[in-house]
Write a protein that binds this ligand. Structure first.
Ligand code: ASP
Length: 322
C-alpha cells in the first residue's frame, strides 16, 4: 500500500514538474505601495526591469496607494502565494507601519516572506526655491518664526518622508505642517510649484531636482556627505545632527514556495551586481547591499531588528493611527 502510494506520488511528480522548474511562466504582479514617479516606484522599475531579464518574464507594476502603503501590503499579504505576486516596500511600509497603524489586518513579520533586501538611501532636507532660508540654520529659524504653519510634504503617516520629518523635528525642535500625498513623486511636483514648501525626502527622488536647480537642499541625513552629492553638507555640518536612511526590500505572500523565493532572490542579486544598474543607483545616492545582506534569512533578521528599533522610536514619539 505504502509502495503504491510512493509510486503514485513519484509518477505524479514525474508528470508535473516542480513549480520552480517552469516558474515563471507568466508575468509577475509587482505591488508598489506609492504613486508612480516616486522613489519606491523608481526602485521597482530599475530593479524590476533587470530582474525580468534574469527571469524571462515581465513584472507588471501595480501602484496601489494609500495609508502610507498599508493598503498595498495588505493586498500582497492576501494574494495567492504562487510566486506571481511580489511586493516592493521599505522601512516605512514593512516596518514602521506595524507600530503606527493599530488596525492592520496582517502581521508584517509573519504574513509575508522576505525575498531580498534592496538598496538604501539617505534623505535630503529640501525646500521650494521660493523659501527665503538659504542654510539649515536659516530654515530652522524660519520654521520657528512660523510654528507649524509651513506646509511640508509626506507620503503619509509612517512613510519615509514622515520618518524623516520626525527625525528633523527631534533634531531641530521645530515642526512643519504634515501634508499627506500618495507618494513623494506627486509631493515633489507640488514642492517645485511652491504649493508645499519643505520636505525631508529620499535622495533618489530629490537629488535630480536639486541638481536641476528646481528645489533647494539644506543637508543630507547621513554621517558623511554622499559621493553622489558632494556639495550638500551633512545635517550635522549644518548644526543639527540627524541620520535617517530608507532601505527598500522585496516580499512575497507567506506560503510562497521556498524554491520560488530563492529564484527571485537570485534574480535580485544578479540585478544589483550589474555594473550599469549599480552606476544608476549610486548616482541617485543609493548604497547597495551585498549578496550576503540580500539573502532571505539575513534580510529577515535585519527587518526584525529594524522593527524593534523603530517601535521604540515611534512609541517614544507617540505616533499612532487608530
Ligand atoms: N517611498 C515613498 C514614495 O515612493 C516616499 C516616502 O516613503 O516618503 O513615494
Amino acid at each position: 500500500m505504502l509502495r503504491r502510494t510512493v509510486l503514485a506520488s513519484m509518477a505524479a511528480s514525474l508528470a508535473a514538474p516542480a513549480l520552480a522548474d517552469t516558474y515563471p511562466s507568466k508575468p509577475i504582479n509587482l505591488i508598489v505601495p506609492f504613486a508612480a514617479g516616486g522613489p519606491t516606484d523608481l526602485m521597482a522599475r530599475i530593479v524590476g526591469e533587470r530582474m525580468a531579464k534574469e527571469l524571462g518574464q515581465q513584472f507588471i507594476i501595480d501602484n496601489t496607494t494609500g495609508a502610507a502603503g498599508s493598503i498595498a501590503v495588505g493586498k500582497a499579504a492576501r494574494a495567492a502565494p504562487d510566486g506571481y505576486t511580489v511586493q516592493i516596500g521599505h522601512v516605512g511600509t514593512n516596518v514602521a507601519n506595524g507600530t503606527i497603524y493599530k488596525n492592520l489586518t496582517y502581521d508584517l513579520l509573519t504574513d509575508l516572506v522576505p525575498i531580498a533586501r534592496l538598496p538604501q538611501n539617505p534623505m535630503l532636507i529640501v525646500s521650494s526655491n521660493q523659501l527665503p532660508a538659504k542654510t539649515l540654520k536659516e530654515l530652522v529659524a524660519y520654521l520657528k518664526a512660523n510654528p507649524d504653519k509651513v506646509p511640508g510634504g509626506t507620503a503619509g503617516m509612517g512613510s519615509g518622508s514622515h520618518l524623516g520629518a520626525l527625525a528633523f523635528f527631534a533634531a531641530t525642535g521645530v515642526t512643519y505642517q504634515l501634508v499627506p500625498y500618495r507618494g513623494t513623486g506627486p509631493a515633489m511636483q507640488d514642492l517645485m510649484a511652491n504649493q508645499i514648501q519643505v520636505m525631508v525626502d529620499q535622495s533618489s527622488n530629490s537629488l535630480p531636482q536639486v541638481q536641476a536647480g528646481k528645489v533647494r537642499a539644506y543637508g543630507i541625513t547621513a554621517k558623511a556627505r554622499s559621493a553622489a552629492a558632494p556639495d550638500i553638507p551633512t545635517a550635522a555640518e549644518g548644526g543639527f545632527p540627524m541620520e535617517v536612511s530608507i532601505w527598500h526590500g522585496l516580499w512575497a505572500p507567506k506560503g510562497t514556495p521556498a524554491d520560488i523565493v530563492a529564484r527571485l532572490n537570485k534574480a535580485a542579486i544578479a540585478s544589483l551586481q550589474d555594473p550599469a544598474i549599480r552606476k544608476r543607483l549610486e548616482e541617485l545616492g543609493q548604497d547597495i547591499p551585498t549578496p550576503a545582506e540580500m539573502a532571505p534569512p539575513a534580510f529577515a533578521s535585519f527587518q526584525k531588528e529594524e522593527y524593534a528599533r523603530w517601535k521604540k522610536i515611534l512609541e517614544a514619539a507617540n505616533v499612532k493611527v487608530e
